[in-house]
Design a protein around this ligand. Structure first.
Ligand code: SF4
Length: 140
């Protein structure tokens, strides 16, 4: 895929990861929303995809991870960090709307590599964790 080849040329330090907050386990998650996106307490021990992917991205050296409730906050995060590439995991609708919004940004437009959720529905959604990890690691 063309976008995957592009991502391989971008060092992790110039990438950000966007995750949807609907991936969290809604019944047991101790995290809290904030103006900067969903915040995970450092001592959270839940086995959840957000935790795994966030830890992987940060250990690879990504310049930021945003757990976003929606496209507006994700776009604000991109504007603040000005990455060369964005790895975005979300439902098909959010990915389509986000790609359009990013393409209309003033200034340099980052490359966007996307992975749609396996199952959406706005709560307790699912992602192919192996595919997501492989995407994060491309070119590293
Ligand atoms: S790691 Fe998962 S369960 Fe824990 S606070 Fe973050 S989203 Fe919630």
């Amino acid at each position: 895929m063309a976008q995957d080849e592009t991502l391989q040329k971008v060092p992790p330090g110039e990438r950000v990861l966007l995750l949807p907050h609907c991936l969290r386990p809604s019944q047991t998650c101790p995290g809290r929303p904030s103006k900067e996106g969903f915040q995970c307490p450092e001592d959270c021990r839940e086995r959840c995809a957000i935790r795994r992917l966030r830890e992987e991205a940060l250990s690879l050296g990504y310049k930021g991870v945003c757990i976003a409730p929606g496209g507006a906050l994700a776009l604000k995060f991109i504007k603040k960090h000005e990455p060369e590439a964005v790895v975005a995991i979300a439902c098909h609708k959010e990915l389509a709307e986000g790609a359009e919004a990013v393409s209309e940004l003033d200034g340099p437009v980052p490359q966007v590599a996307t992975l749609p959720l396996l199952e959406d529905g706005c709560v307790d959604t699912e992602v192919d964790l192996d595919a997501a990890l492989a995407l994060l690691r491309q070119g590293t």
